[in-house]
Design a protein around this ligand. Structure first.
Ligand code: SAH
Ligand code: DHB
Ligand code: MG
Length: 219
């Protein structure tokens, strides 16, 4: 199976099922123009985040790792009426691009972009419990972010983690890649944590071969 085919099918899915949206496209263009890395979720996966927010009837969403706010826009648009989203970003440069993208998308009033290392800002987040948390920052800290997400959850909350397959590198227990070890520690933690039920989905498409972990908070 070729990656060219993954791209073709991803384009087909996006063209067929994901409505074109000027603000989302402009967010990617502005992020590109500002030199941000193109590591945002794909349109089809952005729509998955939106669907999960809708399924959760989410009034509070937490995101770790904003970049230019592409996933943030999808999630913010999935908020229920009166809902709010907090997104944590280490780099002021990324946060500035995100704020401008969020403004253009008309969601800046419901989104709070907080700048700083997430392990520093997470202890200051008092706005929980969150109905949905999306973890998508530095992968070596995934387990710590998950622990915070769980602390800031309620029974029925959903925790979604991006990039848990890493082109298959996740199966290498002896990998020296800190991101791979971060994902493996996350999986061990989710497996051992009786308060959550979790699984992971492998994905292919415009962003290559990767995956999402999805955990439901049970109690
Ligand atoms: N969720 C975005 C992509 C995020 S990319 C989207 O799909 O559109 C990962 C982001 O996490 C980058 O902007 C990076 O600067 C940020 N990041 C990396 N380490 C971080 C940390 N320790 N705390 C907070 N953000 C961090
Ligand atoms: C990387 C980070 C991401 O969040 C992503 O979706 C893809 C790649 C990275 O750091 O390489
Ligand atoms: Mg990601």
């Amino acid at each position: 199976m070729s990656s060219r085919l993954w791209h073709e099918v991803d384009s087909y899915i996006t063209d067929t099922l994901v409505q074109p949206d000027a603000a989302l496209e402009a967010a990617l263009e502005a992020s590109d123009a500002a030199g941000l890395p193109q590591i945002n979720v794909s349109p089809a996966h952005g729509k998955l985040l939106w669907l999960l927010a809708r399924l959760q009837n989410a009034r509070r969403i937490l995101e770790v790792g904003t970049l230019g706010g592409y996933s943030t826009i999808w999630l913010a648009r999935g908020l229920a009426a009166g809902g709010r989203l907090i997104t944590l970003e280490a780099l002021e440069k990324h946060a500035a691009v995100a704020r401008s993208n969020l403004e253009r998308a008309g969601v800046s009033k419901v989104v709070d972009v907080r700048v700083g290392q997430a392990l520093t800002t997470l202890p200051t987040v008092k706005d929980g419990p969150f109905d949905l948390t999306f973890i998508d920052a530095d992968k070596q800290s995934n387990a710590e972010y998950f622990t915070w997400a769980l602390k800031l959850s309620r029974p029925g909350s959903l925790i979604v983690v991006d990039n848990v397959v890493r082109a298959g590198a996740v199966v290498d227990a002896r990998s020296r890649d800190a991101a791979v070890q971060g994902v493996r520690r996350l999986n061990q933690l989710m497996a051992a944590e009786r308060r959550v039920a979790a699984t992971a989905l492998q994905t292919v498409g415009a962003k290559g071969y990767d995956g999402f972990a999805i955990a439901l908070v049970l109690e």
